[in-house]
Design a protein around this ligand. Sequence first.
Ligand SMILES: NC(=O)c1ccc[n+]([C@@H]2O[C@H](COP(=O)([O-])OP(=O)(O)OC[C@H]3O[C@@H](n4cnc5c(N)ncnc54)[C@H](OP(=O)(O)O)[C@@H]3O)[C@@H](O)[C@H]2O)c1
Length: 239
Amino acid sequence: MTIRDWEGVALIIGAGDIGNCISDYLRTLSPSLDVNLCGRKLTSQNDIYLDLEDDDSFESFENKISLFNKPLRLVINTSGLLHSNHIRPEKRLSHINRSNILKNFSINAIAPILIAKSIEKFIRPDLPFSYASMSARLGSIGDNRLGGWYSYRASKSAQNQFLKTLSIEWRRKFPLSIVSLLHPGTCDTKLSKPFQSTVPKNKLFTPSQSTEYLINIISEQKPSDSGKFLAWDSSIIPW
Ligand SMILES: NC(=O)c1ccc[n+]([C@@H]2O[C@H](COP(=O)([O-])OP(=O)(O)OC[C@H]3O[C@@H](n4cnc5c(N)ncnc54)[C@H](OP(=O)(O)O)[C@@H]3O)[C@@H](O)[C@H]2O)c1
């Protein structure tokens, strides 16, 4: 059975470019899934407010999920941080500072494991369930050939370790669950905008392209695939 036929609740976390695109796509693809976009910028009645750096917000998020009378089947975390008005990825060691590191870790590493903690009580051991979270090839330690971007890289590597560990715990508790770390490819979004000049045109995906690749992967996965770090084309990325 593919995602097209799944019945229940889906939560898409992070109301950014990829998050919005995945929500729209799933609403069309899977009519039996109740798709809810969760983040800070809400536009529809199906959206749930969630600030990933605020514990009270997690509490009200859990209260909202508890009101669904369908089972939770799919959670996709599309939140992430690379730059902001105050933060630029570090080109060299001298650019490192404590607050940038903490901010990157807060969103890219701590939030994905707190999301898992929040949703765990709603997972049914007798039904297939998938938690996919956006990582990045830049988080691969084995594949790091260019250096730079210390905080983003390290925070995505830390996320990988958190969710790999989670996949082992959930394999015992929820044998039908799948936890995956996905690289969406270089995609034309707010996050990549300032860094696109060196990306060849045919290597820059639209959010719709990335969405189709990601949903294909999630749709095809089996519980034995849990704990993998995969690129948009299903290839395995070295840790
Ligand atoms: N685009 C790429 O080329 C690329 C490549 C590799 C990996 N990725 C990963 O793919 C994921 C999706 O990124 P994107 O390209 O779609 O970027 P995006 O449009 O910037 O989306 C990221 C979203 O994360 C949300 N977020 C940040 N902090 C939050 C918080 N405290 N609470 C709730 N939401 C928060 C932001 O919400 P606000 O709008 O409220 O700030 C933003 O909408 C990220 O994990 C990114 O690292 C992207």
